[in-house]
Design a protein around this ligand. Structure first.
Ligand SMILES: N[C@@H](CCC(=O)N[C@@H](CS)C(=O)NCC(=O)O)C(=O)O
Length: 220
């Protein structure tokens, strides 16, 4: 991930292919300058001490605001950006859409992103250490994750975007979290309308740029 020079803007801790991409989309939609710091819990050759000092969970995205405040939790960071830069419209343009965007952000964080953590680190969620036990946790959690996306699709129809008349915070969160653990493939087969909407979100200018940097097209 390339770092854009900034001395006074936002500082985003993250790495390629991770949830820090959610915040990059939000920052770009708000026209905010930011600098990235390469850090993750799984890359020893990254700024792990600095990340741990800001976020003891060592999770990314972790964001330092221009004022030096530390923000974690992707949904909360998008809410912060939406409230601070209302003209960008991340939280919609009326109370009804705002309420549904907040609901959707918490839904994805609580029901989808949380499953990704279990799938990535099943050993954290079991007292059993055998491979079969881990495999069973991963398989069960993946099935539950896909169910959660189906329910999301039924509850949050595009109007025409997930955030309402314009793409916003819910679109940024959904487009990235749905990239993991076979969710898109599952939606393609089971909820094609949401799958198509996610493709449209991914084609939006700032989203396409961020996704190309985080998931570079494979060269044959
Ligand atoms: N609840 C957090 C979850 C963040 C999260 O799980 N991030 C992953 C990367 S996409 C992470 O840093 N995992 C490392 C770990 O848990 O050790 C959020 O919504 O931002």
């Amino acid at each position: 991930m390339s770092a854009s020079p900034s001395t006074s803007g936002y500082v985003l801790y993250g790495t390629q292919g991770s949830g820090s991409s959610i915040v990059e989309i939000g920052l770009r939609w708000c026209g905010q300058d930011y600098r990235t710091v390469h850090a993750s819990s799984w890359e020893n050759a990254s700024e792990q001490d600095a990340l741990r000092a800001l976020n003891p969970l060592m999770q990314i995205p972790t964001l330092r605001t221009p004022e030096g405040e530390v923000l974690t939790e992707s949904g909360a960071i998008l809410m912060h950006l939406g409230l601070r830069f209302p003209a960008a419209g991340l939280l919609g343009d009326d109370a009804h859409h705002r309420d549904q965007i907040l609901r959707g952000l918490v839904y994805i964080a609580a029901n989808c992103y949380s499953c990704i953590s279990v799938i990535d680190y099943p050993e954290r969620y079991s007292t059993r250490t055998g491979k079969d036990d881990r495999d069973a946790i991963v398989a069960g959690t993946k099935a539950r994750l896909h169910k959660h996306w189906e329910i999301f699709a039924d509850m949050f129809p595009g109007q025409p975007w997930l955030s309402g008349a314009k793409p916003g915070a819910l679109d940024a969160m959904a487009v990235i979290v749905s990239k993991w653990s076979g969710s898109r493939k599952h939606l393609e087969a089971n909820r094609p309308a949401l799958f198509a909407l996610l493709q449209r979100i991914e084609a939006l200018p700032h989203v396409a740029e961020v996704c190309a940097a985080h998931w570079p097209p494979k060269t044959a």
